[in-house]
Design a protein around this ligand. Structure first.
Ligand code: CA
Length: 304
């Protein structure tokens, strides 16, 4: 995990110091002819994850280390709107990937407070208290659990929340909704939604949102990449490298407080099961187990 970032930094440092040694021995040993025999210092090796304009990631998670030291693993919780029980057992790391799964339970958890029978369990991790950042480039590569017509209620997400509780902002880089289901005739199969919430206190719930383009089928069983590019001026959502939704600071008076104040945001990855918006699970339309498989999460800093 930190593994690759650390390894990258160590090797870059090693290359830099050997280059320094090389230059000093050359200038000491060859006083004549140095004009023609100039030894150029080697540049430090670039991170394989270098991105033009953004540089090298400041947060890098390849999921090679099963200890998940950069994350908090949620356990025995109920998420908002959800019909599942969050369990740490639903989070596994294997072959350089993390799998957040949903499972139908043999016996429902009786949630008397919310008057629900919770028939599913699900995985949830975040970086609260471990990593947060204002602005930057946030990217994740994953395979979605929203199997077409066999995932009713399955709701995977990659999202950010502000550390500052008085900042009502939320950035949903990816939310996808299992099918069969539709809201107001809109079928979410094969697509995901990118959303900015400006405020979300009680009735004061304001947002701007867009679905990924139909030409990209996110239900094709393959890995896809979701990216957010966030500067003090605008936020752009991309899927598989294609920008599909941009919101500028000047587009909304609430943008600045939520996303332009410099408040850092932390990262969340989870799957919920069931919502009042997109439907609740059932044994016929929802697979007993689904896997949200994430290959990596990386974050680059905004450099101005
Ligand atoms: Ca990986």
């Amino acid at each position: 995990m930190a593994s690759v970032a650390t390894a990258g930094m160590v090797s870059a440092f090693a290359v830099a110091s050997s280059a320094t040694a090389c230059v000093s021995s050359s200038s000491g040993g060859a006083s004549k002819g140095s004009a023609t025999g100039t030894v150029q210092p080697q540049r430090p090796a670039k991170s394989p994850y270098y991105v033009k304009g953004w540089g090298t990631p400041v947060f890098n998670e390849d999921f090679n280390d099963p200890s998940l030291a950069q994350w908090n693993i949620h356990d025995n919780e109920y998420a908002n709107h959800d019909w599942s029980t969050v369990k740490k057992e639903n989070v596994t790391v294997k072959n350089g990937k993390i799998i957040l799964n949903t499972k139908r339970l043999d016996q429902a958890v009786n949630d008397e407070k919310n008057e629900k029978k919770r028939w599913y369990s699900a995985g949830f991790i975040d970086t609260v208290g471990k990593f947060s950042q204002a602005y930057g480039r946030f990217e994740m590569r994953a395979k979605l659990p929203t199997i077409k017509n066999k995932s009713r209620g399955i709701w995977p997400a990659f999202w950010l929340r502000a550390d500052n509780p008085s900042n009502g902002g939320e950035i949903d880089i990816l939310e996808a909704y299992g099918t069969p289901d539709a809201v107001n005739g809109f079928d979410p199969a094969g697509r995901s939604q990118g959303t900015l919430h400006y405020t979300q206190d009680g009735e004061n719930w304001t947002m701007t949102s867009k679905f990924t383009p139909k030409r990209i089928d996110l239900n094709d069983g393959e890995f896809h990449t979701w990216t957010l590019e966030w500067t003090p001026e605008k936020i752009t959502f991309l899927v598989d490298g294609q920008a599909y939704h941009t919101v500028k600071k000047t587009d909304d008076p609430r943008w600045k407080k939520a996303f332009g104040s410099g408040d850092p945001y932390s990262i969340r990855l989870n799957v919920q099961v069931g919502s009042k918006y997109w439907g609740t699970p059932n044994p016929t339309d929802t697979a007993d187990r689904t896997d949200y498989v994430v290959d990596y999460v990386r974050v680059w800093k905004y450099r101005g």
